[in-house]
Design a protein around this ligand. Sequence first.
Ligand SMILES: Cc1cc2nc3c(=O)[nH]c(=O)nc-3n(C[C@H](O)[C@H](O)[C@H](O)COP(=O)(O)OP(=O)(O)OC[C@H]3O[C@@H](n4cnc5c(N)ncnc54)[C@H](O)[C@@H]3O)c2cc1C
Length: 305
Amino acid sequence: MHIRDIFEQSPTTFSFEFMPPKTDAAAEQLVVIVDELQKLRPSFVSVTYGAGGSTRQRTNDLVVRLKTETTCDPAPHITCVCHSEADIQQILQRYAEHNISNVMALSGDTPKSVVGYDRSQDAYRYAADLVRAIKKFNETGVHPHPDGFGIGVAGYPEGHPSTPNRLLEMDYLKAKVNEGADYIVTQLFFDNRDFYDFRERCDLAGIHVPIIAGIMPVITEDGMRRMSQLALGTRIPARLLRAVKRCEGDDEYVRKVGVQWATEQCRDLLDNRANGIHFYTFNRSTAAREIYANLGVKDSRGLAV
Ligand SMILES: Cc1cc2nc3c(=O)[nH]c(=O)nc-3n(C[C@H](O)[C@H](O)[C@H](O)COP(=O)(O)OP(=O)(O)OC[C@H]3O[C@@H](n4cnc5c(N)ncnc54)[C@H](O)[C@@H]3O)c2cc1C
């Protein structure tokens, strides 16, 4: 469903992010996880994209599988990095053929496998350039929906690590929206005050599209460290760190602490009328299902308050 229509039907969206599986076994495991999560009727699900060799195809395969074999509405990520104009056209064409409603336009990180890559080779440097290209594609009428793809972009409540100037960063975010982005999904954060402040700064900058909050429950201490590397700049509050430390490395306790923390974040976000909550699932389902249960949400699309 087009993102505008989703927001017309739901006061708050709930969505999940999946990563393309790297092996056949992981793909089969993901089928089970998706089956469990689709029962919660997410508003949409997103699929990450790696611009390196085989991972490109894996995203496409997972997106098509989700679209054709499940009730999930996949919103694939597309990145500028390592792509020519023809590559991007080909990706959009394929997603249009499968009637994919929304895509997430990102600048992207250079894959680790590509050493010394010169980004001046890319047809599009910034996500705003990619949004413009997708809007242009939408005008061709290739997509079955008269408006073409709905477009999401990334936002960073605590700032993007490569732009320390936070005022300039808001100008860049505004540029993405001005080019035609319909919604923003944020980088994960652990302190809702960062999100509320970001939301206010967006408002002051004249950015008035829905802002969906990115939430990642801490599952293990190692996972928390890996996440800190992936989402550079994300602050882990002392209260959360203390709670994790108290677990003394017991994974089951850490998981409980992480689910509890994320539940409280989500409850507060719902009370404060966040437009949506996007769970970074890392292809697992238990934590998200527990958070839903803790919140008393059985069905995302039926959420009334
Ligand atoms: C929700 C979410 C999902 C993600 N999914 C993926 C994924 O699937 N695959 C992947 O590879 N990465 C993904 N990322 C990571 C993201 O691609 C990287 O963080 C990347 O460095 C920034 O992407 P962007 O789309 O925010 O870029 P942009 O908005 O283009 O910004 C990139 C950097 O350039 C700056 N900038 C923007 N415009 C200009 C300009 N005109 N002049 C100078 N500087 C400018 C920005 O401030 C920022 O620091 C995701 C991030 C988020 C938050």
